[in-house]
Ligand binder design. Structure first.
Ligand code: ZN
Length: 596
């Protein structure tokens, strides 16, 4: 999965690409006396790197059969020549030297430097200063009535802190700051009628002797109680509503992907995200880049729902809800009984009838409830235990939920599979100690899967057939527009930079929507038969290719390429064939379970 460090590594590995590809395709380089000795540093990703924690991942390799030491201490070397571990770091510079010694006794070394940054320290009393670090607000803020404005800066302890908004600030006891002195904080709850035109806040620190230091906050603040809400309209490809402002590597937890052209009431901003008020007690965050603000006076996102028509055509069932404005929505699924719930925010019922044609084949019943003010919930009950996908969108008359039917023949030969080989091109994915790239392993397994499925008579669509870099949006678009029945994403896992790669291994499947859990579970149970241990079946996974509701989908993280034992499996063509076969066996089990 790991994407972050790819570009740095690319240069360092350019010379090794030939070796890597040879390994991936099973053409192992020939061992022999003529083979040059080498030591290959994979992680850290450069000769000099910086760290903030006390540990850094080590992944490195040498010629199989060599002896490896780190600063003179022997390392465990796997039969592949791989080694992996965790480097303990002192604050400041840590110089490491890896030395590979061949059975003939010739040695080659590689040195690298890991600089552990000094953690923030209390400013000495002798210096009157305000540090630039830890200053809050750190991003542009638009605040509304009831929002909290947190002020913070770090400076010389024992002084008097103030700011040009007149918000009281106090020095926090070091027991509440991890031992750091001189951290000053203030809090203000925005009140009705407050205004502040966008600007940075001036902090002031006065020493007991009367000396003064001043600085500006990093982020600018605007208070707009009298002006909110602004009216926004979504734009771009599958804009996402997020629950909050999480910033981990998968992005904030997603509530729902929605369409362009949807109207939102914007009541705040933090950095690159707008806050949208969906309904009383319901809010979501959306990227500023996905919203156009439109002039005041345009209709706010609130509307009465009108009448429904429920019908089927040759391929799909439809639930259409007439509504005069495109409102935001989110959806969820239930498995027992099988239901799709679509919550439309800002909608209030004036639905006085629901026309149900007798042409639906999957939808058995529909109705609505209003679980809270401004939340109009459409519930769709289905015939089968398994949900095979649904798509939510708008046409000029209103909301349309297109429901896929269970395939008539639950056989691999009757289905279309979308296969996604993770990463590609400059996006190398995770890195193995022998210098293997995740992107190559993924593609090799996807090719195995394709061949097994096609031999079984299935139609197969690949998001990428070669070493190409595609965006997540491109991948999702390709999958959904292909009309595939099932999506399998193939990746190889990695630990992060502060975890010991030697201790974490195993296979995992991932799903987001609970209705697609049976597919993930069936596959992981079969994959375990390859002998790779279990890492887990992981739900609520906030990954772009687990987000589509349009078809059952699963992400398979086959094993940890960062773990030398798992890496030996992943670079073995025979294992790659077996795991592909087991994934297909899992699909067979899933299809059988749908029939019960
Ligand atoms: Zn990956």
């Amino acid at each position: 999965m790991n994407k972050t460090r790819c570009t740095i590594v690319r240069v360092a590995f350019a010379a090794l690409v030939a070796t890597v590809l040879a390994t991936v395709h099973g053409v192992q380089a020939q061992p022999g006396p003529q083979r040059a000795n080498f030591v290959r540093l994979v992680v850290p990703e450069a000769d000099t790197v910086q760290a903030t924690s006390g540990f850094y991942r080590l992944s490195a390799g040498t010629v199989p059969g060599n002896h490896l030491t780190l600063n003179g201490a022997p390392l465990k070397v796997y039969p592949s020549g791989a080694t992996a571990g965790l480097l303990p770091l002192n604050v400041g510079e840590n110089l490491f030297t890896l030395t590979a010694t061949s059975p003939r006794g010739d040695s080659v070394s590689k040195s690298f430097l890991v600089i552990r940054l000094r953690p923030p320290e209390t400013t000495p009393d002798s210096v009157l200063a305000i540090d630039t670090i830890m200053s809050e607000p750190s991003q542009e803020l638009w605040l509304n009535e009831g929002d909290r404005l947190d002020l913070q800066f770090k400076g010389t302890p024992g002084c008097k802190a103030s700011n040009d908004l007149g918000i009281p600030m106090t020095e926090v006891p070091p027991a509440y700051t991890g031992g750091l002195g001189g951290v000053y904080r203030g809090v203000y709850m925005v009140r009705d009628g407050d205004t502040l035109s966008l600007r940075r806040i001036r902090f002031r620190l006065e020493s007991p002797a009367g000396a003064v230091a001043e600085t500006l906050s990093r982020g600018a603040v605007s208070i707009r109680c009298n002006d909110f809400p602004y009216i926004g309209v979504t734009k771009g490809d599958r804009p996402a509503l997020a629950y909050g402002l999480g910033e981990d590597r998968l992005g904030g937890a997603k509530m729902s992907f929605i369409n362009p052209g949807i109207r939102l009431a914007i009541t705040g901003r933090k950095g690159a995200m707008y806050r949208a008020a969906l309904a009383p007690g319901h809010e979501a965050w959306i990227a500023v880049a996905n919203v156009d603000l439109i002039p005041k006076g345009a209709r706010l996102p609130a509307a009465l729902t009108e009448n429904w028509v429920v019908y089927g055509d040759a391929k799909y069932d439809y639930v259409t809800v007439a509504i005069p404005l495109r409102l935001p929505y989110s959806s969820s699924t239930e498995t027992s009984p099988t239901r799709i719930n679509v919550d439309v925010y800002g909608a209030t019922s004036n639905t006085n009838w629901i026309i149900q044609q007798l042409t639906t084949k999957e939808v058995t019943n529909v109705y609505y409830t209003e679980p809270s003010a401004g939340v109009f919930r459409i519930t769709i009950e289905l015939r089968h235990r398994q949900i095979w996908g649904y798509e939510i969108g708008y046409n000029p008359a209103g909301l349309v939920i297109k429901v896929r039917r269970q395939p008539e023949k639950l056989k691999i030969k009757a289905l279309t599979f979308a296969l996604d080989a993770g990463h590609g091109g400059e996006n190398l994915g995770a890195l193995g100690s022998t210098g293997v790239f995740e992107k190559d392993i993924n593609l090799a397994v996807v090719r195995e899967l394709k061949s097994i499925l096609e031999d079984r008579g299935a139609r197969v669509v690949l998001t990428r057939e070669s070493d190409a870099d595609l965006t997540m949006g491109d991948r999702v678009r390709k999958v959904v527009s292909s009309g595939a029945d099932l999506l399998i994403s193939v990746h190889s896992n990695s630990v992060g930079l502060t975890t010991n790669p030697d201790n974490t291994r195993g296979t995992a499947t991932f799903y987001k929507h609970v209705c697609y859990r049976p597919l993930a579970l069936a596959i992981v149970k079969q994959v375990l038969k390859t002998g790779v241990p279990l890492f887990g079946n992981v739900g609520s996974f906030n990954f772009s290719l687990n987000a589509p509701t349009e078809l059952p989908n699963v992400l398979v993280e086959m094993a940890f390429v960062s773990n030398p034992q798992d890496e030996m499996m992943l670079t073995d063509p025979e294992f790659r064939h077996r795991i592909a076969q087991r994934i297909v066996d899992g699909v067979d089990d899933f299809l059988d379970s749908c029939d019960e």
